[in-house]
Design a protein. Structure first.
Length: 386
């Protein structure tokens, strides 16, 4: 899955492109009837037709429109593209420029044809540095992943036990007496030392030895200096046993219960995201708390005529914008003049989008929120640097 990096975002902002700049957003599907019936392709085709009509209204010739939309038209003929979607899609088109981004969450269907790209729907996906770890384990195997809001990546952890038959006494392991077949570096490959007959009293003790070794290996190789959540995926009694065996202080309270030895990565990621979603919202929660703590001071505002200009002058620390809302108009930075229209007029830009772009490019943070989470029921608000 393609991550939207700050470099991607900056390129879309800073690329010196002639108008018009076309921005498409649409929800997409990874599987099911919608994929079989080519629903996403049809939606995109309809938006292309709408974009063509809007370009005609802006005075572009048929030849100019065809040249501009050619890369998008070619995308309609790419079966592999439409069969490998995620939950959302963003497409950006300008003269000599074409970029697609797959998004991990659904987005509102939108088409914008303006002087610049419409980028505020990308904000929830830009530059997320929050991450977590996932341990999938059973009596027969174990695997370890690093995950974020975009996906999971399997990590090769040296010495991670691959099942109970791969248990090695810690004193032997610390002395580097690794009883692995043929000296292979692959955990468990051709192991010729097994825990049976090691003097363990019963299966419970044997299980705890196995889980303790997993925990200590992860501590040594990865988690020793980490302070991020570790999510567990295993059958219920093994999750409980691992919590007893583990010395890691950041185990996620909920777990993915069941046997996931053969689960595909996409499904495993979706199950992880269901549990970890509140973790990714923590940054916005802290920013809102800071906003309300300074509510009685000049450091906060929920007035567009204050917030939007402040974003141009690098004054915004945290910007809050309501999801899917637009304020149409213009801002003249030289004269500090803000013009707002109730309906979009020719030459207008979405001022919320401009405030979002300015804040991010000036080192501030942006939070796109549902209406019920917005400060003071405003559509835009900010905590100021000064």
């Amino acid at each position: 899955m393609e991550k939207v990096t700050k470099e991607d975002f900056a390129a879309l902002v800073e690329e010196q492109l002639p108008a018009p700049c076309i921005s498409f957003y649409q929800p997409t599907h990874a599987s099911g009837v919608a994929v079989n019936e080519r629903h996403d392709l049809i939606v995109f085709k309809n938006m292309l037709q709408e974009a063509s009509r809007e370009l005609v209204s802006k005075g572009l010739s048929t030849q100019e429109i065809e040249a501009l939309l050619k890369p998008a038209q070619e995308l309609l003929r790419s079966d592999s593209f439409w069969l490998n979607q995620s939950k959302g899609l963003a497409v950006f088109i300008a003269k000599g420029f074409f970029k697609t981004l797959k998004l991990p969450e659904p987005v509102k269907q939108e088409l914008h044809v303006n002087a610049t790209f419409h980028l505020s729907p990308l904000v929830p996906f830009v530059g997320r540095s929050d991450y977590f770890y996932l341990l999938v384990f059973s009596k027969n195997t174990s695997s370890f992943y690093k995950g974020d809001a975009f996906g999971l990546k399997r990590m090769d952890v040296e010495g991670l036990p691959q099942g109970m038959n791969d248990v090695i006494h810690f004193e032997e392991k610390s002395a580097r007496k690794l009883f692995r077949g043929g000296g292979t570096a692959t955990p468990g490959a051709g192991a010729n030392f097994h825990g049976h007959g090691s003097g363990l009293a019963d299966d419970r003790e044997y299980l705890m030895q196995y889980l303790t070794e997993i925990d200590q290996t992860l501590h040594t190789e990865v988690l020793g200096n980490e302070r991020v959540p570790l999510l567990l995926a295993a059958v219920d009694y093994m999750v409980g046993a691992y919590r007893q065996a583990s010395s890691y202080n950041y185990l996620v309270e909920k777990a993915i219960i069941g046997n996931y030895d053969h689960e595909d990565l996409r499904s495993l990621f979706q199950r992880s995201l269901e549990i970890m979603a509140p973790y990714f919202e923590e940054r916005s929660k802290r920013a809102l708390e800071n906003y309300y703590n300074q509510l009685a001071t000049p450091r906060t505002s929920s007035m567009p005529d204050k917030v939007i200009p402040a974003s141009f002058y690098k004054q915004v620390s945290d910007l809050f914008a309501e999801k899917g809302v637009h304020i149409w108009g213009k801002f003249d930075e030289q004269s500090n003049t803000l013009t707002v229209h109730e309906e979009k007029q020719d030459g207008d830009e979405c001022l919320i989008n401009l405030a979002v772009v300015n804040t991010l490019m000036n080192g501030g943070d942006v939070h796109i929120l549902d209406a019920d989470r917005m400060p003071k029921q405003a559509v835009i608000a900010a905590t100021m640097r000064y």
